[in-house]
Design a protein around this ligand. Structure first.
Ligand code: ADP
Ligand code: ADP
Ligand code: ZN
Length: 215
């Protein structure tokens, strides 16, 4: 099961990925999470990525492709994996095709989360993450049982420093100019499924689960 999630920032890729991972037990590969971990560890990739992430720009393809290639080569990805936030450019998609060919497991499915642009900023501004396990919450749409505390592990919740209106505007522009062409790139192969992601988290997951059960 090798799957890609497409969709603008805030469309619900991370949230749906967590639900899929819980049920199907495949690794969740989020380039955003990997970069945030690299930044907090202070690695050279992290230092390079931080300059771009703060402003909402995409990290250069060469840096991004290198970290994904390394991750996909690990044994736990043999049975499948879920790519969330990668690829985000045509150059990344072409590099991924090459990596998949080398490793011998093609992309089977691309799930494209379709959301009205107006819904995105309120989702992103209300987003909170667990410092310890990375679980995603929303202040009103998906609040934790106790404010500021993760239901799963008791960790403290925080707001990403790029989840503000200015950075979101730049990220949306990057999405529409550089990432949305990937919808056609994968639709041409007949592997892209559009999902109406304006509905509740549970309804969206039900549709995705139906597709996954048939894979
Ligand atoms: P969101 O889904 O809210 O945009 P992510 O966590 O996926 O956030 O990404 C956060 C930031 O990390 C992006 O704004 C970008 O700077 C960087 N990033 C993540 N994935 C990629 C990628 N595939 N290519 C380039 N930059 C990326
Ligand atoms: P992405 O990974 O695509 O950037 P997230 O999964 O982090 O998006 O979701 C962004 C925010 O919106 C989070 O706070 C999340 O709890 C909330 N959210 C996710 N899916 C839905 C949904 N279907 N309806 C309402 N809010 C949602
Ligand atoms: Zn947690």
């Amino acid at each position: 099961m090798h799957i890609i999630f497409l969709g603008p920032p805030g469309s619900g890729k991370g949230t749906q990925s967590d639900l899929i991972v819980e049920k199907y037990n495949i690794p969740h590969i989020s380039t955003g999470d990997m970069f945030r971990a690299a930044v907090s560890e202070g690695t050279s990739a992290g230092k390079e990525a931080q300059k771009y992430m703060k402003a909402g720009h995409l990290v250069p393809d060469a840096v991004t492709i290198a970290i994904v290639k390394e991750r996909l080569s690990k044994d736990d990805c043999k049975k499948g994996c879920l790519l969330d936030g990668f690829p985000r450019t045509i150059a990344q998609a072409k590099a991924l095709d090459e990596i998949c060919q080398e490793l011998g497991h093609p992309i089977q499915l691309v799930i494209n989360l379709v959301v009205d642009e107006k819904a995105l900023l309120p989702r992103i501004e209300g987003r909170r993450l667990c410092k310890v396990c990375g679980a995603t919450y929303h202040l009103t749409n998906n609040p934790p049982k106790v404010a500021g505390v993760c239901d799963k592990c008791g960790g403290e919740l925080y707001q990403r420093n790029d989840d503000n209106a200015k950075s979101v505007h730049t990220r949306m522009q990057a999405y529409y100019s550089q990432t949305s062409p990937l919808i056609d790139y994968y639709s041409c192969r007949g592997i892209c499924k559009n999902i109406d992601a304006l509905r509740s988290i549970e309804e969206v997951f039900k549709d995705i689960d139906k597709i996954l059960r048939k894979l």
